[in-house]
Design a protein around this ligand. Structure first.
Ligand SMILES: [Fe+2]
Ligand SMILES: [Fe+2]
Length: 175
């Protein structure tokens, strides 16, 4: 778990989007969906691309999976965090405080609601609502309700969940 976080941190600070990534995004996202994609910061875009590539690999084992829905959701699952809201430093602090001091984390989330962007308080708040907020953004552009639901539930344990949600959560945890 910790090793994974360290790996995440280094991939975040060195993240780049390549021409192949752009082709991939053009293949799976239309104009409005791409607006949601491009409003994330580069490390989050890189993370979403990596999650989508992992989903593609995992979905090869399950031919019944709806690849179109899954990849759209993977590329957009963290769109509830826009650039300037939760940076890489914030992410590290959030992970540490969430696991060591959950009471303090809850307080910071509450206090962050009315704080300005680019503050740790605000980052805590945004991180805590990004699944619901991202689903709201997706709903606003009339994305397929199955994609909206995958974004909404990507951090929620759902018993007997759809295969698409299981794969998305596996891929998110691996990246
Ligand atoms: Fe997320
Ligand atoms: Fe994620």
């Amino acid at each position: 778990m910790l090793l994974n976080r360290i790996k995440q941190f280094f991939s975040a600070i060195t993240s780049k989007i390549t021409p192949q990534d752009i082709n991939f995004i053009n293949k799976y996202l239309d104009f409005h969906e791409q607006q949601l994609f491009w409003q994330m910061d580069t490390p989050t875009q890189r993370h979403c691309l990596n999650v989508a590539y992992t989903c593609l690999i995992l979905s090869k084992k399950y031919p019944e999976v709806n690849k179109y829905i899954l990849i759209k959701a993977a590329l957009l699952h963290d769109c509830g965090k826009k650039a300037g809201e939760v940076n890489t430093f914030h992410k590290v602090v959030i992970v540490v405080i969430n696991s060591l001091f959950p009471g303090l984390a809850a307080l910071l989330k509450r206090l962050g609601k009315n704080k300005k962007n680019n503050t740790l308080f605000r980052a805590f708040y945004i991180q805590s609502i990004h699944d619901k907020r991202g689903a709201g953004f997706a709903n606003d552009i009339k994305l397929d309700s199955r994609v909206v639901n995958l974004i909404l539930l990507h951090h929620t344990y759902v018993e007997n969940s759809d295969l698409e949600l299981k794969i998305l959560q596996m891929a998110d945890n691996a990246n």
